[in-house]
Design a protein around this ligand. Structure first.
Ligand code: GRF
Length: 208
């Protein structure tokens, strides 16, 4: 089976990137991370990439101030590497609709809540867990979904729940959810790499 060529987009620590690198290096799926793109120059995710001989590329407002310029640069890199799947792993940049259209149902994102709860504009990173605790929700979790033109609105691929404990803080809850993210993202990429995800409207069916 042809190896799936993956580009991972990060903006921060890159623990989800690391989880994906580890699962691939353990031979769990026919895939290879060809490059890591970051919207932040100092993202530790770039360091993680370099530690595994993966090209890390900074593309942000600082070095490509114009949106069109950034989009063209990103599309050029994706084309050069013949990328099959884009994985957003804590990516805080905005993907232009040209990229969404070109890679329809080939862009996967991980979000630290059970979409459609606590997602969309303003719900990212710790703000998600702050919202969960403030609302008094008893269950949260993680979601992997395809990316469309909206924010966290694409068809859901996988979800897994995490109980909210009475003594939870943002930090303790984020830690438990992140652990589930590290399990869910590689599982979704593996299913994609095996051609086992079928999108039917808003639904994603897992084929045997
Ligand atoms: C994760 O919580 C992810 O769900 C969210 O951003 C965070 C990224 O963490 N989109 P990391 O950079 O993968 O450690």
């Amino acid at each position: 089976m042809q190896h799936l060529k993956i580009a991972v987009f990060v903006s921060g620590g890159g623990t989800n990137l690391q989880a994906l690198i580890d699962h691939i290096e353990e031979g769990e799926m026919p895939a290879r991370i060809e490059c890591v793109l970051s919207s932040k120059e100092d993202a530790y995710g770039l360091e993680r990439a370099r530690n595994h001989n993966i090209e890390g590329i900074f593309i942000g407002k600082k070095n490509y101030p114009e949106c069109n310029e950034r989009t063209c640069k990103i599309l050029g890199i994706l084309e050069n590497y013949k990328i099959d799947l884009i994985v957003l792993a804590g990516y805080m940049g905005i993907l232009d609709k040209a990229i969404i259209e070109e890679y329809r149902h080939r862009i996967i994102n991980i979000h630290p809540s059970l979409i459609p709860s606590f997602c969309g504009k303003g719900f990212y990173g710790e703000k998600v867990h702050e919202g969960v605790l403030a609302y008094g929700a008893k269950i949260t979790g993680a979601t992997v979904h395809f990316v469309d033109e909206g924010t966290d609105t694409g068809p859901i691929i996988l979800q897994k729940s995490v109980s909210v404990e009475d003594d939870d803080t943002v930090e303790s809850l984020a830690k438990r959810v992140l652990k589930v993210e590290h399990e869910l993202l590689p599982k979704a990429v593996k299913l994609f790499s095996e051609g086992r995800l079928k999108v039917e409207g808003r639904c994603v069916k897992e084929e045997l």
